[in-house]
Write a protein that binds this ligand. Structure first.
Ligand SMILES: NC(=O)c1ccc[n+]([C@@H]2O[C@H](COP(=O)([O-])OP(=O)(O)OC[C@H]3O[C@@H](n4cnc5c(N)ncnc54)[C@H](OP(=O)(O)O)[C@@H]3O)[C@@H](O)[C@H]2O)c1
Length: 161
């Protein structure tokens, strides 16, 4: 979807903004919920190794293992494994795109970020979060309105980090 939307992002002196809603559960090297495969983890954390093929390969491998009922939580994030892998893919894809978009010239710049809204009272959490939807949205709004910077960069922003 991002590839399809890029040409539609109108050039402006302030640059375009892409904000992906992610989760702290998808951190590649989270303290309590990291991906178990150390080699893959290292690749995902190394900007020069990041590629669509690496990210797709990770997701495809997990889906294949689920189909075959052979997946193990030793290799993958331990908590909410499927959700965490989907958010891990969002996080690393955001970093990959940030690197690609960084070379754009003035007037063509696009800033891409992802963030964790926190644990929010929504249908997804059965309204059990500890903050309101409005509070969960504030980091996303802040990222969408980021001021123009001299160089593009990515941040993983979170109420928890
Ligand atoms: N809530 C949290 O604590 C929390 C924490 C971390 C990250 N997040 C992330 O925040 C984002 C929003 O979550 P939420 O808590 O607001 O969840 P939510 O209350 O369940 O809302 C999800 C929204 O996504 C829409 N949706 C789901 N599948 C879709 C599809 N295939 N195509 C188009 N729209 C679709 C739903 O539309 P309908 O209403 O029409 O079904 C709904 O409006 C998600 O990316 C979630 O992973 C949430």
């Amino acid at each position: 979807m991002i590839e399809a939307m890029l040409p539609l992002l109108k050039p402006s002196p302030y640059g375009g903004r892409i904000v992906n809603v992610s989760s702290r559960l998808g951190r590649a090297n989270g303290r309590r919920n990291k991906i178990g495969d150390a080699i893959l983890r290292e690749q995902l954390l190394t900007d020069d190794c990041l590629s669509e093929e690496l990210i797709d390969g990770m997701v495809t491998k997990f889906l294949e293992q689920v189909k075959q009922n052979s997946w193990s939580s030793i290799e993958w994030p331990q908590m909410y494994t499927d959700y965490s892998i989907s958010k891990l893919a969002v996080n690393v894809y955001t970093r990959l795109m940030a690197k690609r978009l960084a070379d754009r010239s003035e007037g063509q710049k696009i800033y891409i970020n992802c963030f964790c809204p926190g644990w929010v009272k929504t249908a997804m959490t059965d309204w059990e979060g500890n903050i309101s939807a409005e509070e969960g949205a504030d980091t996303g709004v802040w990222l969408a309105l980021l001021p123009h910077l001299k160089s593009s960069r990515t941040e993983m922003c979170s109420h928890f980090l």
